[in-house]
Design a protein around this ligand. Sequence first.
Ligand SMILES: Cc1cc2nc3c(=O)[nH]c(=O)nc-3n(C[C@H](O)[C@H](O)[C@H](O)COP(=O)(O)O)c2cc1C
Ligand code: SF4
Length: 443
Amino acid sequence: MTTLLATPSTWPRILTAGFGATDPTDLDAAVAAGAFEGLTRAVRTHGPTGTIALLRASGLRGRGGGGFPTADKWDACAMAQGAVRHVVANGYESDPATHIARGLMEERPYAVVEGVAIAAFAVGATESYIAVRAEYGEAIRRLEAAVARAEAAGHIGANVLGSGRDIFVSVRPVRGAYMLGEETVLLKALEGKRGQPEQRPPYPSERGLWGRPTVVNDVVTLGAVGWIVANSADAYAAIGDPEAPGTTLVQVAGAIEEPGIAEVPTGTRLREIVDLAGQMASGHRLKAVVVGGPTGGILPPRELDTPYGYAALREVGAHVGSGSILVADERACVVDLATLLTRYCADEACGKTIPCRIGLRRLAEIGQRAASGHARPTDPALLADLSADIVASALCAHERAATNPLTSVLRYFRPELDEHLLRSACPAGVCHPIGVTPAGTAT
Ligand SMILES: Cc1cc2nc3c(=O)[nH]c(=O)nc-3n(C[C@H](O)[C@H](O)[C@H](O)COP(=O)(O)O)c2cc1C
Ligand code: SF4
């Protein structure tokens, strides 16, 4: 059960409209609320090229973290050489602590199915797949029911709306580790193979599933597509940040009273998003927010005016990532938190690229040395240099982002880091550095 946070009545509800329905797989109710209107317009009015042009005018960008323009991806797939194409909806949701995709797939299965069907129509795909984290049993059941009902009613399947086009959608549970959410790994999993990220180009839009041109989109990206085609590109483009318009789903959790997910216009300030989740737990003070999941940046309260957007978050050393915003209060130690996240990123790195495989582990060790009172004088410089080298040699987006936790501590929490490094002390009382205090007392 997903807790949907209340948002101001002036904010549009595109992705979360209808959340909380008694039966989200009820096709008649979904159709009465507008489901498949976008697909009908795409087929009857816009045609494949017109649908891609409409998506381009809407400004929709991928919600899977990278923010790639959706129309460019569809266009590249439609234009790529090959007789057979596919669409894959990415419903894996790598970040184990985030439940945004799960919430959408459970609550709006028809929105996801319709988004896949419109993408399939636009690029010319006959067989499309919704790849869902195998642990998301309820999402899988609801999506399967939605696909079966939509096909029985003729919204998808053979000769959709008499267009002569077949659009078949199936749900594929996938099981794996963190890296499975990366698109090239996900495609390998669907092929039944063990996967590691592939060097790109070629992108999946040119050579993807079984070597065929494939669109891979986050389920959250696809969840907005039906609304956009049904309501107009202009209506969508008018919402939020003009650089990347529309709404998106975020999850606010941690040391706050009402954790949950919310639909927010892009460009909303972090402060406003955090406020949606109510008061700080037990009256504690906000110390930091981790924005972007395990590879997120740890930001101090003064950065809470940052707009929630791809460029703005990157500028402050965070990123959209998994859509997670984790709130930490003054009881948390940022050195401990960053070290934990970096260790997780190192453990989950697939190992294909040496600077990532070895570099992230060395980076985590710097944090561990700081937390245990064994820091070296060169550690701050090493942290900065090593992070820059890791980012510069990145093969996939994991390596580019995994340095965020520790580099953001270096950037924003230097006094607290220095307490660990120079005095073997943890101001939050979380770490237990075995060191010597300035007075010479063993700690
Ligand atoms: C380590 C890693 C994990 C990722 N996890 C996800 C994920 O859980 N869901 C997702 O949609 N994209 C994830 N991505 C991004 C995908 O590779 C891909 O860019 C995305 O699915 C494309 O969809 P979009 O264009 O709609 O954003 C991940 C990327 C990396 C490097
Ligand atoms: S950068 Fe890291 S996670 Fe990505 S392919 Fe290389 S080793 Fe694997």
